[in-house]
Write a protein that binds this ligand. Sequence first.
Ligand SMILES: Cc1cc2nc3c(=O)[nH]c(=O)nc-3n(C[C@H](O)[C@H](O)[C@H](O)COP(=O)(O)O)c2cc1C
Length: 166
Amino acid sequence: MSIEPSLFRKVLGHFPTCVTVVTATTATGEPVGFTIGTFTSVSLDPPMVGFLPQVNSERWAAISATGAFAVNELSADQADLCWQFSKSSIAHPFEGVSWRPSPVTGSPIIDGSIAWIDCSIEGVIDAGDHHFVLGRVLELQHSEPENDPNPLLFYRGQLGRFLAND
Ligand SMILES: Cc1cc2nc3c(=O)[nH]c(=O)nc-3n(C[C@H](O)[C@H](O)[C@H](O)COP(=O)(O)O)c2cc1C
């Protein structure tokens, strides 16, 4: 039975995701990064997380070559960064973005992100037109910017923020 791609996208779009930017620093010291919505927690013991890049992604190829990455969870007031890091036409998405190197792998931690996770690449599993990338967690931290600790969420093609029940 074949699944209609537009229905697949529409149904999966009903599952909200957290917007992250996955980053690395290349051997020549260049920061690279792309917007990733498929980030997930995988294992506590050993500590592992994962995400799914498209197999033909150039940014993934650059990150993969470093053997490491950092995950930055964007805050609700960083919607512009979501688009900046998702367009291949923007060759230097870090332009104008303040960041510091992560403590273990030196991957960019973007100022204002509400949590970050520094990882080495533990494994890459083929998953159709995507890879499933497993990251071993080496260091992690959450920070709560005083003005807006709310995460940036993606749901049915739109960005938004979390609203807790009473
Ligand atoms: C909200 C959002 C979530 C995204 N999630 C993913 C993802 O999980 N995996 C992926 O490969 N691309 C994802 N993208 C698209 C990539 O950010 C984009 O295709 C990539 O940066 C293009 O660069 P490249 O093809 O040069 O690597 C997402 C884009 C947006 C706006």
